[in-house]
Design a protein around this ligand. Sequence first.
Ligand SMILES: [Zn+2]
Length: 85
Amino acid sequence: MAAQASPDLTEFYKLSQPKKPPCRVGFARGQVKAGDRPQLDAALSTDQGIITNSAIQQWFATRKQEVSVSAIVSHRKATCTCGGD
Ligand SMILES: [Zn+2]
């Protein structure tokens, strides 16, 4: 019985995959008041030529959240850790 195959744990691995933490923007979004979030979401999905990344950065800053412009850029492009699957 030395050659006994080890059990296939693939299914467990898949189920155990830790959820990726949100990016800085996603995290900061969770820190602001719930009532502020729809406003933020609308701003994030508005054209960057109308609502700039630095405007969003300042919006966060007034709510005591420090978020870098590059984090906002990747969040808007959905290339951050909270985007996709
Ligand atoms: Zn994000």
